[in-house]
Ligand binder design. Structure first.
Ligand code: BG6
Length: 502
């Protein structure tokens, strides 16, 4: 896989995502000398911009988000930036874009350096994905590896809002692009600590033999946030936590924790194993009695010492909204490896602190030689894989406390990412952009995974949204807590999993 030259064409180039994430990431990659020799960035969107005003806008985004950017480097980067205005619905606009890209390629500054390769990044609302993908195809901009170079399309979640709409979106994308041209981003996969899960599991001989129902009591996957719904109320109130966090990040973390080793570290082999894991998800007990599910919504409270409003008091959230901002799901995988082992997936907004981690609790010792000798329980071994804020792997095990009398205590074996040196870590968007340019789909969703996870979650969503009883199942929790108390009824180890310091 190589970093090939290309034109990075950003749809929604003057929008929020571009200025907050994409452009700073592109600038940083340029500063680290990680972009290919022949690259250009072509912004496109509905707004009128001259080349100069677009460049100025990108400079402003750096002022705001990378305040210590190198002014000289910026001046060197400027001639690589272009703008081309278009109306998303009008195919002629896309034909114009095609001509513009050819002109840029033929220009004195670029001299064909992009080799006709194009990466289309859709930094626009998902409602526009279908239109843009379709029109790119109609305008002849979706070519698959031909003489004139490749084209690839990058989309971000949500990939639809249920199984049917995910399929519909995919059908449209596929009308113009083949699967290996479509890059569906999940920024969790770009986190170093998340990538490390597979290395930890499969590049060591000692963990895999115990990674199953014989030794593991439960697996708890937690993505707790202290932030509220922020400025995204319009989107969030329709999505809720199950669509916002579960269909994507939580399911990826589940697959990485539970999948079997692939035969090769290759995008499709790895994604095959993930899909096999999703296929083994035991369908939820629908119409269930919410026995494997706790939903919650935050009320006013105090987070990090600051009073914050409840979800229903947030700007633009309907007063009677029953959108869940917290969910805990107990899922089972029907396989020989995992039969009977609960996987608790928990995520919520306005919780005590931001923490993302996976906790694996091992079974009790089969027999305690200390029974009747020491009045102290032997704690079960726990393995913590910290994703945020502590990027660590901690194994808790029991040891003798140095003392004349017999006394046990849990102690930690520690591995910290920051201790291990290496090159500067790439931010999620930097990593994702590089992989798209290289054509490496390892860290991206494949459509079968998208459909399998929607297939699993859609009946749960329907049960929640159509049963008309959601209100009675939606537990209120004060902002700044760890969620509704009922979470501990479903998963008694929950508090310990979140409060244990790593
Ligand atoms: C996004 C969700 O995908 O992930 C947000 O839409 C959430 O609601 C975010 O806050 C969490 O990501 P991270 O990297 O901050 O854990």
């Amino acid at each position: 896989l190589q970093l090939t030259p290309c034109a990075i064409v950003i749809f929604g180039a003057t929008g929020d995502l571009t200025s907050r994430k994409l452009f700073p990431a592109l600038y940083n990659l340029y500063a680290y000398d990680r972009l290919p020799e022949g690259f250009v960035i072509v912004g496109t969107g509905r707004s009128e911009h001259s080349e100069d005003s677009f460049r100025e806008k990108m400079r402003e985004s750096l002022e705001e988000h990378v305040p210590d950017y190198d002014r000289d480097l910026w001046r060197q980067m400027v001639p690589r930036l272009f703008y081309s205005q278009l109306d998303y619905d009008d195919v002629d606009g896309y034909r114009g874009l095609k001509e513009r890209l050819e002109e840029i390629d033929a220009s004195e500054e670029v001299r064909g350096a992009t080799q006709g390769n194009r990466l289309f990044y859709l930094a626009v609302p998902p409602t526009l994905y279908k239109t843009i993908a379709g029109k790119l195809g109609e305008a002849g901009l979706a070519a698959h590896e031909q003489e004139k170079g490749w084209s690839r399309i990058v989309v971000e979640k949500p990939f639809g809002h249920d199984l049917a709409s995910a399929r519909e979106l995919d059908a449209t994308l596929h009308r113009s692009f083949a699967e290996d041209q479509i890059f569906r981003i999940d920024h969790y996969l770009a986190k170093e600590t998340v990538q490390n899960i597979l290395m930890f599991r499969f590049a060591n001989a000692i963990f895999e033999p115990v990674w199953n129902r014989n030794f593991i009591d439960y697996v708890s996957i937690i993505a707790a946030e202290d932030l509220g719904v922020g400025h995204r109320s319009g989107y969030y109130d329709k999505a809720g936590v199950l669509r916002d966090m579960f269909q994507n990040h939580m399911m990826q973390l589940l697959a990485l924790s539970a999948m079997s080793p692939p035969s090769r570290f290759h995008a499709d082999r790895v994604r095959d194993e993930k899909s096999r894991t999703y296929r083994s998800l035991r369908p939820f007990n629908v119409p269930g009695e919410f026995k494997d599910l706790v939903l919650g919504q935050y009320e006013a409270g105090e987070v990090n010492g600051k009073r914050v409003p409840g979800y229903r008091e947030e700007p633009n959230i309907p007063e009677a909204s029953s959108t869940p901002t917290f969910a805990m799901l107990r899922v089972y995988l029907d396989s020989w490896r995992w039969q009977g082992v609960p996987f608790y997936l928990t995520s919520g907004k306005r919780l005590t602190r931001k923490i993302s981690r996976i906790v694996v609790r091992f079974k009790e010792v089969p027999h305690s030689m200390l029974r009747g000798v020491v009045d102290q329980a032997i704690e079960q071994n726990r393995l913590f894989m910290g994703i945020y804020p502590d990027e660590v792997i901690h194994m808790y095990f029991m040891a003798k406390k140095p003392a004349p009398q017999l006394c046990l205590q849990p102690v930690i074996m520690h591995y910290g990412f920051e201790d291990s040196g290496g090159a500067p870590k790439l931010e999620a968007y930097e990593k994702v952009l590089l992989d798209c340019i290289m054509g490496d789909q390892m860290l991206f969703w494949r459509q079968d995974g998208v459909e399998l996870t929607w297939g699993f979650l859609t009946p749960i969503l329907e049960m929640c949204e159509e049963c008309g009883e959601l209100e009675q199942h939606l537990h209120r929790y004060p902002a700044g807590s760890w969620g509704p108390e009922q979470a501990c009824d479903l998963h008694p180890g929950y508090y310990e999993d979140v409060i244990t310091k790593t």
